[in-house]
Ligand binder design. Structure first.
Ligand code: NAD
Ligand code: TYD
Length: 351
């Protein structure tokens, strides 16, 4: 094998698309997927990848020092693509400590294992940390996030991601560890856990359940198809300049309420329902605490330096996404059990 790559969080939403892309594109890379399978980790996402000879799954916790050190010794990784994280803002509001533990301590633990095991052999190694645009805060007065925007995280999730980003840069500055960072906008697509807005709305429309809209639905997000994020990660991992940060975005802003109405129209058409039927499911619920108003990314640096831009329009991406959930109802059914249902009841307090 030419390279051995550690991908953390590969059983999750974005991680599974990154694992699939790397396993398929690089038969001469050994791809090691490390994931401790929290509620968000689902190996069903990787059923097609499982039998491939250049793929290995390891169930482990990124906060477990001994195991992580041992894995670095066993595999002598050439590169790390670090996606494992607690990723849902609402959960970070109810249980912030899990976010500090995994996102901050877990990242520190991986950085330390890389530093100790790659000691004096940094050439041709890379620690690539995947982060979010939410570290930049909320755009209340227009404009876009650039790589120079000062950090201003406002939720326990984004603060914990900001902490991990700072640690990654500290290891670059202090130890010379070769690192890359990218901060991406909201992803959507197949295999997303239906606690996030788009799969949650699709699932609820499908089952004629209320679609919870926080506050007035005025908040704005920039949406990127998950396979385009995976493609950007591939480009950055191979061509990015050590120590650099790249913003990744879809140039595709939607107000939540407009996005939900669009989903209702698409689903009515695909399910042969009367147009307007699903919109009746829209239910305004209590707003999220500290709800960031708007995120929007300026991804010009990534386009200029590395030539990446989204391959799909939003119209294409959202059609593909709805089709995938309709064709994979078993996948949806399997994740909609147990803890998720209990969490769901706790989360949605009607206004
Ligand atoms: P996800 O919640 O779907 O998946 C996270 C994965 O990490 C799961 O498989 C989970 O089992 C694993 N994991 C969690 N804690 C772990 C631990 N302690 N040890 C090992 N594995 C652990 O998340 P996602 O949406 O795929 O996001 C992946 C990464 O991308 C995260 O770092 C997130 O901050 C970042 N990101 C996400 C978005 C988005 O819109 N989803 C946008 C930008 C950046
Ligand atoms: P989400 O998918 O949780 O992503 P993030 O908070 O990381 O941007 O939420 C996207 C937007 O949709 C956000 O403004 C919160 C809102 N939202 C709802 O209105 N209802 C919901 O049920 C969920 C999960 C989110």
């Amino acid at each position: 094998m030419k390279k051995t790559i550690l991908i953390t969080g590969g059983a999750g939403f974005i991680g599974s698309h990154v694992v699939r892309l790397f396993v398929n594109l690089y038969p001469d890379y050994m791809v090691v997927n490390l994931d401790n399978l929290t509620y968000a980790g689902n190996l069903e996402n990787l059923k097609d990848v499982e039998p491939r000879p250049n793929y290995r799954f390891v169930k482990a916790d990124i906060t477990d020092q001994e195991t992580i050190q041992q894995l670095f010794r066993d595999f002598d990784f050439d590169g790390v693509i670090h996606l494992a994280a607690e990723s849902h803002v609402d959960r970070s509001i109810t249980n912030p400590m899990a976010f500090m533990h995994t996102n901050v301590i877990g990242t520190a633990n991986l950085l330390n294992a890389a530093r100790e095991n790659w000691k004096d052999r940094f050439t041709d190694r890379m620690f690539y940390h995947i982060s979010t645009d939410e570290v930049y805060g909320s755009l209340e007065n227009g404009g876009f996030f650039t790589e120079e925007t000062a950090y201003d995280p406002r939720s326990p999730y984004s603060a914990s991601k900001a902490g991990s980003d700072h640690l990654v840069r500290a290891y670059f500055n202090t130890y010379g560890l070769p690192v890359l960072l990218s901060n991406c906008s909201n992803n959507y697509g197949p295999n997303q856990f239906p606690e996030k807005l788009i799969p949650l709305a699709i699932n609820n429309i499908l089952h004629k359940k209320p679609i919870p809209v926080y506050g007035q639905g005025e908040n704005i997000r920039d949406w990127l198809f998950v396979e385009d994020h995976a493609a950007a990660i591939n480009v950055i991992f191979h061509k990015g300049k050590p120590g650099e940060t790249y913003n990744i975005g879809g140039n595709n802003e939607w107000k939540n309420i407009d996005l939900i109405r669009l989903l209702c129209r698409i689903m009515d058409r695909k399910l042969d329902r009367v147009q307007g039927e699903s919109e009746k499911l829209i239910t305004f619920v209590k707003d999220r605490s500290g709800h960031d108003l708007r995120y929007a990314i300026d991804a010009a640096k990534l386009k200029k330096d590395l030539g990446w831009e989204p391959s799909l329009t939003f119209e294409q991406g959202i059609e593909k996404t709805v089709d995938w959930y309709l064709e994979n109802r078993e996948w949806l059914q399997h994740v909609l059990t147990g803890d998720y249902e209990k969490y769901y009841e706790r989360q949605y307090v009607k206004r």
